[in-house]
Design a protein around this ligand. Sequence first.
Ligand SMILES: Cc1ncc(COP(=O)(O)O)c(C=O)c1O
Length: 393
Amino acid sequence: MSSRFDEVIDRKGTHSQKYDMKEAMGKPADILPLWVADMDFQTPETVREALAKAAAHGIFGYSDTDAAYDEAVCQWMSRHFGWDIRKEWLMKTPGVVFAIALAIRAFTKEGEGVLIQQPVYYPFGNMIRRNGRRVVNAPLVFRNGRYEMDYEDLENKIRGEHIRLIIFCSPHNPVGRVWSIEELEKLARLCEYYDVIIVSDEIHCDFTYPGVKHHMLASLSDSWAKRVITCTAPSKTFNLAGLQVSNLIIPDERLRQAMKAEMSRTGYSTLNQMAIIACEVAYRTGEDWLRELKAYLKDNLDYMTAFIKEKIPQVEVIQPEGTYLVWMDFRKMGMTGVELEDFLDNEAGIWLDNGTMFGPEGEGFARINIACPRATLSEALDRLYRATRRLKR
Ligand SMILES: Cc1ncc(COP(=O)(O)O)c(C=O)c1O
């Protein structure tokens, strides 16, 4: 059965990082891009219509969010995660990475350590270093094909490095874990005991595969919520990253005021008009579209898993519980990270994010973005298959 997501839409010439920045980023012109975490799908029609109406109105003056916007965000959290938040807890930023940088500046001093769990979304480490803080890594452990937290190591690092702030990824990019309540509880208890603030980056919260439930960390207990800055956004869910909009949920007044004070020092004040419109309409009307999208992504995942199992058995797909980013294990091919990147870029002609970008633990791995039409994914897998066959000869 065909799906609206089957349509291949030409993104060239649209200022797309994925499609228009190949040469600028040193990649071959004919490479097929499956790296940066946006989708090759159109946002829901209702959102497109609302944006077109605003464009036709033609006045793009200073704008701000209103009660209806806040209500749309609050209702989404309540409907999808059973988390009843108050609109006073919301803080809006142009992006989650921006918010992470604010938290680093607001809650730590230069030279202090900030904890992350690699392999992890690389801007976490970049923001820590670029703000003159130290990365303290408590790596995830890969056990029986699954990534887990090592709580003993975590505790040792929190205690030994006097950690005040953790940047936590949930669901986890790139390894695709959706943390269980027990896992979240163990982390939260440690943070409570050692008085650590948690930036919980839950930007991928809407993407879980069948049978998996995402739990918003701060929703688990009022007491833990006091130390959590939850980062959400409609940008991954509805493919709105180019509009720049994210919603932080900060129940604790003291943390929220500290974040707001930090933001006021940057000169940034409010979201842009198109972002406000898109976010509100997406959260109000995007449910059915999202359900269809998730079914399509699951089919893409199954298709890729079966293809690789049959034709490229030396590569392993780490089954994600969430996100449309899939972590692939190429270690049996015996290449270094540099060799793997060269092979994927120049032999296969597919642009994935190399595993080492996420930390040294990613050596021999790469991350593929499967939020694309089946035809695109199929072309990418064919390219990979042909390149691995040439290697064998
Ligand atoms: C875990 C995670 N956080 C944040 C972002 C980016 O968020 P933003 O564009 O709002 O800064 C991404 C994008 O890939 C991501 O995967």
